[in-house]
Design a protein around this ligand. Structure first.
Ligand code: BGC
Length: 386
């Protein structure tokens, strides 16, 4: 199929060149390759559709822009769309990318199970599909997956909570601190395949400490279904935290830590905690709250001693991998997978490229984020990018 794709792109290009020579370039938009489908944007430019879920999370804006830039550097045309976390918007955007004749699709799905008919249409048009960060489920027509090691993100979040509480040290060694510590748990959106990986990684890490009584969950809410946050909405997490504070922590029970799976949720949770007079900093008694994504607002909070930690996933590298995968497909080659076992989407195991992650506490901001030019020191202090 990959070779067929390459042939069709080349054939379409050749046909077009001949066509241009023969008839002075008329008929653009008529479609390049009769059988090629993927090269059907009617000119010899390669065009890639990039579908991102939302602009409410800073990371997806960066992801979208980085992928676009990388593709444009290759001379490709890019159709970049954000979908406001609305499934029909995303399906429509992908439909129109397909009818617009893209040569490859890069998709960060909102609901990983909602794109089957779009992927069928892409396959029928011989358009390769790269799942970006989030696995697309229940379809045979996902050709490649670029992501971070999502289970490891969860493990790192569990360890960051333990470290924030003083149960383990920076090297991951047990300190002998036995608490008991009261914690509450939050997970991401149930329709995002990543959310389960994050939660499983964290819970596998915390389980021994829950079992031996070092950690307790006073609300009793420990199941994914009880702690998930639909569509990763900050307000939903804040509300649930407020409800927990009223239902469980009203009579003097102390809350020591919160497992939060993403920075916007961490900030919603922190707002709820500060709203009942906790903190305002960890030093002043604010519970330890974890995070993910190293968003600039949260990096400032970590720098100020308010949020305890986050997990940095360098989206510049993820964008690079997606661009390389798209280029490989367009040129009729296979992208470079480093995992062919973990990501079963319900129909098949999708060949994947997983990238490493890094935990960030306050002392890591400079080496991990500033020295690598992810943020400037000034941006960290302002909590805003220029
Ligand atoms: C991503 C996280 C992100 C979350 C919410 C997940 O799929 O892997 O980085 O925080 O979605 O947008």
């Amino acid at each position: 199929m990959r070779l067929a794709k390459k042939m069709s792109v080349l054939a379409a290009g050749a046909a077009l060149t001949l066509g241009l020579a023969a008839c002075g370039g008329s008929g653009a938009g008529a479609g390049g390759g009769a059988e090629g489908g993927g090269a059907g944007n009617g000119d010899d430019e390669v065009k890639v559709g990039v579908a991102m879920p939302t602009q409410t999370y800073e990371r997806w804006i960066q992801d979208g822009n980085n992928v676009k830039e990388g593709l444009e550097e290759l001379g490709y045309d890019v159709d970049l769309q954000f979908a406001n976390d609305d499934i029909p918007t995303q399906t429509q955007q992908i439909d129109s990318m397909i009818t617009g004749g893209v040569d490859a699709l890069i998709i960060a799905s909102i609901d990983g199970t909602a794109l089957t008919s779009q992927l069928d249409a892409a396959a029928a048009a011989n358009i390769p599909v790269i799942a970006y960060d989030r696995l697309i489920r229940d379809s045979e027509n996902v050709d490649f997956y670029v992501t971070f090691d999502n289970y490891e993100v969860g493990v790192a979040q569990g360890n960051a909570l333990l470290r924030g509480l003083g149960v383990i040290d920076a090297d991951g060694e047990k300190t002998g601190e036995k608490g008991p510590f009261n914690i509450e748990l939050f997970a991401g959106s149930p329709d995002d395949n990543n959310a389960g990986f994050f939660f499983d990684g964290a819970m596998d890490t915390l389980k021994p400490y829950l079992d031996d009584g070092t950690l307790k969950v006073p609300s009793g809410q420990t199941k994914f279904g009880q702690v998930a946050t639909q569509r990763w909405e900050q307000e939903t997490a804040q509300k649930r935290m407020e409800n927990l504070l009223t239902s469980t922590y009203n009579g003097g029970t102390k809350l020591d830590g919160v497992l939060a799976p993403a920075d916007p949720l961490s900030r919603g949770i922190i707002t709820a905690l500060q709203g009942v007079g906790m903190g305002p900093t960890i030093e002043k008694g604010l519970p330890v709250v974890t995070g993910q994504d190293a968003e600039i607002d949260s990096i400032k909070l970590i720098n100020d001693g308010v949020q305890s930690s986050t997990i940095f996933k360098d989206t510049r590298n993820l964008a690079d991998e997606a661009v390389k995968a798209a280029q490989a497909f367009v040129e009729g080659e296979e992208p470079d997978a480093n995992d062919t076992e973990t990501y079963d989407n319900g129909v098949k195991v999708v060949p994947s490229h997983l990238l490493p992650i890094q935990t960030v506490f306050k002392e890591d901001i400079k080496p991990v984020l500033v020295d690598t030019d992810y943020y400037t020191q000034d941006e960290v202090e302002k909590g805003q990018t220029d």
